[in-house]
Write a protein that binds this ligand. Structure first.
Ligand code: SF4
Length: 85
């Protein structure tokens, strides 16, 4: 099975002000309070919005192929990298 290629840049976790579902995780600067040393400190328990495959299977499988969904996410990653802090 294809796999989402996360580069572990952490940019998604540094722009959670753009993700309404994570409003309670924002440290006030758009950075997730659970991001430690550029890694998720609650990785095994992270919410579904942070899980590409869960989001695909629960909400997007009827709209996109998995490959298309990964591609859309990768484009999102590229946009976030341009906003890099
Ligand atoms: S919970 Fe973890 S994966 Fe989700 S935004 Fe926070 S640090 Fe990132």
């Amino acid at each position: 099975m294809i796999k989402f290629q996360c580069s572990q840049c952490g940019e998604c976790c540094k722009h959670i002000n753009l993700i309404p579902q994570l409003i309670n995780f924002d440290n006030g600067f758009g950075i997730c309070i659970y991001l430690k040393d550029n890694k998720c400190s609650i990785y095994e328990k992270r919410p579904e919005i942070c899980r590409v495959d869960v989001m695909y299977e629960k909400y997007y499988a009827d709209q996109f192929s998995r490959e298309e969904f990964y591609h859309l996410n990768e484009k999102g990653c590229e946009r976030l990298k341009k906003l890099r802090r």
